[in-house]
Design a protein around this ligand. Sequence first.
Ligand SMILES: [Zn+2]
Length: 207
Amino acid sequence: MSNPREYREEKVKVVDGQRPSRRAFLITSASACGAFALWSLHSPKAASAAGGGSKPPGMVTIVEFGANGKKTGKEELARIVKTDAEWQKLLSPISYQVARQAGTERPYTGDTWDLHERGLFRCICCDTAVFSSETKFESGTGWPSFWEPIAKENVVEITDRSLGMERTAVSCRLCDAHLGHVFDDGPRPTGLRYCMNSAAMHFVKLA
Ligand SMILES: [Zn+2]
């Protein structure tokens, strides 16, 4: 666990091992998160992520959470970098389109927008905890919505100027998976609405 490379490989195994038991995604098309019914498929960071350069991946600090949903500490890990082809093998088509190609699933089609159980939402690609049911709310959008990430350290927010609008894209800190967008029309206490894609996360019920 102390060696980042070993840890990274362990995480990949977990994701791979869970694929057969995970409910199959039946989503075949998508529309944009928010008020825009547009099929969003673009990859602003694909070139750098898939680049075969010799530059070593940077280290990032992630907050880890246990099966009971409680914080277990911080860990410094090497960023997970894979080629598009490698990700495609590990993910369902819709998860690949959303998480690796910055796509958006069609609203009301994911498997967690209407989920009310207690648990953690983890990155579909690397298992990093990104949201908790504690901050999930009914947004009426058909996408799982939260007023705060589980830990600021675990996500990255960047300005996204695709599709002729300016939005803030939210991605996983460890593996750069696109998760969704954040808007400023959310409920208290933050006033934020993290509009996520079900296909970019997998839900783990509290133990
Ligand atoms: Zn990730």
